[in-house]
Design a protein around this ligand. Structure first.
Ligand code: ADQ
Length: 472
């Protein structure tokens, strides 16, 4: 299809994940989707390289990878400590996941966060041309829009939050909450995964800022208007389903089946993060084993959890706690032939992961709080339609709003997790198929390109983005 001329898109995110030329099948849906529009609009993906420099120079490293131009900068060690490890991961991440008691409030972190956002704005400014659309991603960069406005940028600028927005009563525990939320008014569009997160935002601006809420969630404050939109992210569903049918996944599925020795596999796949509810999940599984002796030797839980943010202490603590819980569970229930919990601390390529999902009878996705959760969608997309596994999903994942046909649980309740597992493990084929079909239809329909089209339509309402997007 011939591409219509689209406005150039500039994507800004903390880390830049350029598409890889060598392993096109092994990148996440977000990279694939953003890369498609960046390629078509001849755009730029700007952000931190992940690298360090002794003192910040603002030097931009331009690269082209699989047709996508990336522009990255290195940060100083102090920036990384205060902005990334600090305000982003030790203050905002826990607070926005409702874990106020884990949040660390330090002025130095705020200063570092402001400094990096200002540096990003100064560095990005010369790259922005008149008609460009700018799309900023995630909690690391909330003030960036306002910093750009202060430098005279009049372009359309959008922001998408990949994590939850906390209830107003929690938000106000952040000492600089007002300044932070005010800075969002630098954007024209602010996107959330769910109606819940959007409503918490609206509650805040109404109660704390006396903003005016208009039709279609337009919010006006201090002479500026933004539009808040619900825009749930999806996965590259058809591609993922095809991958799950492909040779690498099939080989992995067979290996898993052999190693399972006829036992039903429950699978969990998460970054090792306290928001993912891993401790509670292990305790729920332990409850199942103590209640259901008939399941002994007949099931096992494979939990794949690669460590993340290891420089942050709470992450070291959760890792230690999971080591000890898994030891306790295996110590109590294992036999010479059976290990009930296989706990693996490493990541796998997507095609291998697809085979693991497909081999599982149950996908156990129980975050305590999650903006969306893509693992739930990947699990569904990877299933065999003739004999699909069952998704057990936390009510508190953004994904639950779209995936009501999963077995939904309260992730804090070991009883509910144990009951849901019992139900999933014995669910008749017809019910599994019926639930799976409904879930798969949504996952396919509201995939990552749909998400992107929705957001782009809000960001640039005057332009029909469809022709370019459908050329993906
Ligand atoms: P995350 O918190 O990272 O994302 P999630 O949405 O589940 O959570 O995405 C994780 C991705 O990493 C998935 O694609 C998954 O396959 C992959 N992954 C996890 N463990 C892996 C392993 N062991 N090996 C290989 N790959 C692994 C944040 C928010 C989410 C939101 C996304 C997108 O916290 O709520 O859904 O952004 O907006």
């Amino acid at each position: 299809m011939e591409c219509h001329k689209v406005k150039r898109l500039i994507v800004v995110s903390n880390r830049v994940q350029p598409p890889s030329e060598d392993e096109p099948g092994n990148q996440g849906g977000l990279t694939v989707a953003l890369s498609t529009v960046l390629r078509e609009s001849d755009g730029i993906w700007f952000g931190w390289s992940g690298g360090e420099t002794e003192s910040f120079t603002g030097h931009i490293n331009f690269q082209k990878s699989a047709g996508v131009t990336t522009a990255t900068v290195d940060l100083e060690p102090q920036d990384i400590h205060e902005y990334y490890d600090g305000f982003a991961n030790r203050t905002l991440w826990p607070l926005f996941h409702y874990r106020v008691s884990l949040a660390e409030f330090e002025r130095g972190f705020v200063d570092g966060y402001e400094r990096v956002n200002t540096r990003f704005a100064d560095t990005l400014l010369p790259l922005i041309a008149k008609d460009d659309l700018v799309w900023v991603h995630d909690y690391h960069l909330i003030p960036l829009g306002q910093r750009l406005r202060e430098r005279g940028v009049a372009n359309r600028i959008g922001f998408f939050l990949h994590i939850p927005w906390p209830p107003m009563r929690l938000m106000v525990s952040l000492p600089n909450h007002q300044e932070l939320v005010e800075s969002l008014f630098g954007y024209d569009v602010v996107g959330f995964h769910t109606q819940d997160w959007l409503e918490s935002f609206i509650d805040y601006v109404r109660a704390q800022m006396d903003a005016t809420i208009g039709e279609d969630n337009t919010v006006t404050w201090n002479g500026r208007t933004l539009r808040a939109v619900v825009c749930p992210i999806g996965i590259d569903a058809q591609e993922f389903a095809d991958t799950a049918n492909g040779p690498v996944a099939e080989a992995m599925r067979q290996r898993m089946e052999e190693s399972a020795g006829g036992r039903a596999m429950i699978v969990g796949v998460d970054r090792l993060d306290y928001s993912k509810g891993l401790q509670e999940r292990f305790i729920g599984y332990e409850r199942l084993l103590s209640q259901r002796e008939d399941l002994h030797e007949k099931v096992f839980l494979l939990q794949i959890a690669p460590p993340s943010r290891e420089s942050v202490q709470t992450y070291q603590e959760i890792r230690a706690s999971l080591d000890s819980l898994s030891g306790r569970i295996n110590g109590e229930f294992s036999s010479v032939e059976w290990v009930p919990l296989r706990y693996v601390n490493k990541g796998y390529p997507r095609d291998v992961l697809a085979g693991v999902y497909r081999a599982a009878k149950v996908g156990l996705v129980t975050p305590l709080r999650d903006g969306m959760n893509l693992v739930a969608k990947e699990f569904v997309a990877a299933q065999d339609p003739a004999d699909p596994g069952v998704l057990v999903l936390s009510n508190f994942a953004g994904a639950a709003a779209q995936m009501s046909q999963a077995v939904l649980v309260n992730p804090y309740s070991p009883e509910e997790i144990a009951d849901a597992l019992g139900q999933a493990l014995t669910m008749p084929l017809a019910e599994r198929q019926e639930r799976w079909r409904a879930l798969m239809d949504t996952v396919l329909e509201q995939d990552v390109m749909w998400w992107l089209g929705q957001f782009m339509a809000a960001l640039d309402p005057g332009e029909a983005q469809e022709p370019a997007l459908s050329a993906a």
